[in-house]
Design a protein. Structure first.
Length: 589
């Protein structure tokens, strides 16, 4: 890899075409392949912009969903390779794209050092030869895709179930697996055995005659145990996990999967201490499974470990890489403030750049029933409250990607839909609840918003391709760390910030990434206790006490860690002491 960071998936539309903007510079990024309608429209838009022929894939086609995904990924692959060829043809002139490729690299990069050495040469044959060596060493950033494993809606045609191979996650995987890409699929949001098993059907997930994998598997995980369980399941089928992407449970964008009080530092420590043991165990299973398929490999495959969620400074980036022996970090939410890279419409971008800490919060807005990092000043929040005031809560459900509730209907419907919220509120009225309980439940029900449309709207608005009657309300889900960034930045500025060439947060007081996450977990615990006040079972009390104990043990770990690290240790230890007092004052009775 040319760079020591990647850009993770950002909602549906925000990073849907990010590879077109960054891959030619050697930077890897991830796009979501949930929404085939968005994907088809992006292919049409960018085909016109880049003078490529666009042949639509209508919904009347068999397996149209996977065909659309495959067509878009092949389009990205072709355009980006063309971009890269053109870039490499350029002369080394200050300010052009070829020079920019090298100038964006971290100063620790050997390729960057070679570039700087080349600049010192006088014009002539040796310099030309040196430049050709540099060109041959250049590599594209990977065009990776994300599938939320459990977002796997069953599909029907004329009332008939179309079969297990045509559920949303499996058809998306098929589109990726049959594409021309040599890239990774990032599997997130838990384990889906049916999806994981389906990967066995595609040869690109298995090593070729040179032992190389054309399609790689990356697991986004929140702890070591779940990572090992999932990787074993795959290894027994001859499927290798090429990377574990460890993500903070709460200090991240999008859906938040809070651990049972396990903090990022101790989780990274366990990966650091046990990764060799894990590799050996997985490799033995992998070899045995491949032998049963008459596949022999001579060399051991690579296995990377990276971390993402809440990283904000070059010091944190460098510390995480070195101390925990990681291969890369992920920088997501800060790139929402970089118009060259992501698709944030002008109005939302303005609100984000001026936002305060209180504007970012953990919500129940997701129809999946998972907590969701939300932004108060999004236009979809305004639309949601207006609909409630008019007595018509909920959204029209057009795309149906998040339909997972069969409480009132035979076929699953979405809890953000007008249909579900009407039926649910009607049932509450018949339940003879107290007025207080009734209002609390109605508030919880009507908090849900349509993410299928809301997470795409911004891209349509930015490119001015929204349809006349299409809902233009924007949902956006940055991580709370974005509160520290208060401007709109260029691509070069953000990359420079990550590598410490400039400091975009120079005058911004900001706690260490580990302290930030710890405080988010303490707040989460307090909120969870408040929710249980009416119904405090022994099981829940035990779970909350276990959660608090894990946080206490995490504080001990951080105290020892910060004492090891002399640089700014006193500041971090003071912040840690304040967090400890806050935690100790939480009484679980």
């Amino acid at each position: 890899m040319m760079h020591t960071f990647h850009i993770p998936v950002l909602g549906l539309g925000y990073s849907i075409d990010t590879p077109l903007k960054v891959s030619r510079y050697g930077i890897s990024s991830v796009l979501s392949i949930v929404d085939d309608e968005l994907i088809e429209r992006m292919r049409e838009y960018h085909s016109g912009k880049n003078f490529y022929q666009f042949l639509p894939t209508p919904k009347s086609d068999d397996d149209y969903r996977s065909k659309r995904i495959k067509a878009y990924l092949n389009f990205l692959n072709e355009v980006i390779n063309d971009q890269f060829k053109e870039l490499k043809k350029q002369n080394f002139i200050k300010g052009n794209d070829l020079s920019r490729y090298f100038e964006l690299l971290p100063d620790t990069s050997k390729l960057k050092q070679g570039y700087e050495l080349m600049l010192e040469y006088s014009e002539g044959e040796p310099k030309n030869a040196f430049q050709n060596v540099l060109r041959n060493a250049m590599r594209l950033g990977s065009i990776d895709v994300n599938i939320m494993a459990k977002v796997d809606k069953m599909n029907y045609e004329n009332g008939e179930y179309t079969g297990d191979l045509n559920t949303d996650a499996l058809s998306a995987l098929r589109g990726f697996a049959e594409s021309d890409l040599s890239a990774s699929v990032i599997l997130s949001a838990g384990m889906n055995p049916k999806l994981y098993s389906y990967m066995e059907d595609f040869k690109d997930f298995f090593p070729n005659e040179r032992g190389m994998l054309k399609k790689r598997i990356v697991l986004k995980v929140s702890d070591f145990r779940s990572a090992l369980i999932q990787a074993k399941f795959l290894a027994k089928k001859g499927l290798w996990v090429s990377e574990f992407r460890i993500e903070s449970g709460l200090n991240c964008g999008g859906h938040a999967f809070a651990t049972e009080g396990y903090l990022l530092g101790p989780i990274l420590e366990e990966f650091k201490n046990r990764k060799k043991e894990m590799f050996s165990e997985l490799f033995e299973m992998y070899q045995n499974a491949l032998a049963q398929k008459d596949m022999l490999i001579e060399s051991k495959p690579k296995q990377r470990i990276s971390v993402q969620g809440g990283i904000g400074t070059a010091e944190e980036h460098s510390f995480l890489l070195k101390y925990y022996d990681l291969d890369a970090t992920g920088w997501g939410s800060p790139f929402l403030l970089v118009p060259e890279v992501t698709n944030v419409d002008a109005e939302t971008l303005s609100h984000l750049a001026k936002a305060k800490h209180s504007d970012f919060y953990l919500s129940g807005a997701s129809p999946l029933g998972i907590q969701f990092n939300n932004f108060k000043n999004s236009s979809i929040e305004n639309q949601r409250t207006e609909r409630i005031e008019k007595g018509r809560p909920g959204s029209p459900c057009t795309k149906k990607y998040l339909c997972n509730n069969t409480e009132f209907t035979q076929q699953a419907i979405c809890t953000a839909s007008r249909e579900y919220q009407h039926l649910k509120i009607k049932s509450l009225k018949a339940s003879h609840l107290s007025q207080d309980d009734y209002q609390k439940q109605v508030k919880s029900i009507t908090e849900k918003v349509c993410l299928c449309e809301g997470l795409c709207s911004s891209a349509y608005l930015k490119y001015n391709i929204a349809k006349p009657k299409e809902n233009k309300a924007v949902a956006i889900c940055p991580g709370p760390n974005l509160a520290y960034f208060s401007d709109i930045y260029s691509f070069d500025e953000m990359v420079g910030h990550i590598y410490g060439k400039i400091n975009l947060l120079e005058l911004v007081p900001r706690p260490h990434i580990f302290i930030n996450e710890l405080n988010l977990y303490i707040d989460y615990l307090q909120q969870d206790i408040k929710k249980q006040l009416q119904n405090f079972s022994d099981k829940k009390r035990k779970q909350l006490n276990g959660f608090k104990l894990q946080l206490s043990e995490g504080i001990i770990y951080y105290k020892n860690l910060f004492n090891e690290l002399t640089d700014q240790a006193s500041v971090q230890l003071n912040e840690l002491a304040l967090a400890k007092v806050k935690l100790d004052n939480i009484i679980i009775q």
